[in-house]
Design a binder for this molecule. Structure first.
Ligand code: ADP
Ligand code: ADP
Length: 229
């Protein structure tokens, strides 16, 4: 069953007298509880797609629906609610609050959403039960990213959106973190969409959408995705 669908989505930006088509006629469908990658070079339109899926931006035309709700038709208030309750975000640079412990960072999720998952359990699932009282500065990059994954999941979102989640990590740590996102999120029934320019990451995905110049160049599906070691 399709959970996320985009139909002929366009996002144009006006820059001076020019119109830039950041996303130009994109359609795809992703099933619930799957791990998906949007792959492409810088400027391909990946971040714009992620912002559209996360309700941070709206399409110029076309339809986006998530779990049967039409996100592309929402007003600003509904979009805020959608971001708060339906979406977990994982960023390249973790975005943790420096003066809060790992546990307190994950507990922030409880303040914004209706039906949070247990913060301690989420930290346990990402292998950080012994680091709950550490501050971000006392943790490695990989550990900080695991905290941010726990925080994204603690919101109990429908979708987890990750923007270059391994971009600031060495490749071995990056792969471990990615496997963790995949295994923990899928176990919890979340649908994951990762945006990256890093091709090897794509081998771990069920669906890989290759973007070029705002368009889909190719869509690959892997029935049995690899664990990239
Ligand atoms: P990617 O994430 O693949 O690097 P983006 O989605 O960030 O690509 O950008 C796609 C295109 O849209 C690029 O040409 C970029 O310069 C342009 N773009 C993105 N955001 C804006 C904006 N706010 N204003 C103008 N142009 C933008
Ligand atoms: P508030 O206005 O109360 O800060 P927002 O709607 O801005 O609420 O944020 C709701 C959720 O969406 C938060 O979890 C936040 O991290 C996320 N969010 C909002 N804006 C962005 C953005 N531009 N990039 C990434 N995440 C965002």
């Amino acid at each position: 069953m399709d959970f996320i669908t985009l139909e002929d989505v366009e996002r144009e930006y006006r820059v001076g007298d020019n119109i830039i088509k950041a996303v130009d006629g994109v359609s795809f469908a992703l099933a619930q509880g799957t791990f998906n990658v949007i792959l492409g070079q810088s400027g391909a339109g990946k971040t714009t797609i992620l912002n559209l899926l996360g309700g941070m931006d709206s399409p110029t035309s076309g339809t986006i629906s998530v779990g049967g709700e039409e996100v592309s038709g929402m007003e600003e208030r509904e979009l805020t609610n959608y971001r708060r309750t339906k979406i977990g975000f994982v960023f390249q640079f973790y975005n943790l609050v420096p003066n809060l412990t790992a546990l307190e960072n994950v507990q922030l999720a409880e303040e914004v959403c209706r039906d949070p998952l247990d913060a301690q359990e989420m930290l346990d699932r990402v292998g950080l039960s012994k680091r709950m009282d550490n501050f971000p500065s006392q943790m490695s990059g990989g550990e900080q990213q695991r905290v941010s994954i726990a925080r994204a999941l603690a919101k109990n979102p429908q979708i987890v959106l990750c923007d270059e989640p391994t971009g600031a990590l060495d490749s071995v740590t990056g792969r471990k973190v990615l496997k963790l996102i995949r295994d923990v999120a899928i176990d919890l029934g979340k649908t994951v969409v990762i945006v990256t320019h890093n091709a090897p990451i794509a081998e771990m995905a069920q669906t890989v959408i290759h973007m070029r110049d705002g368009k889909i160049a190719e869509t690959e599906t892997h029935e049995h995705p690899k664990d990239v070691e």
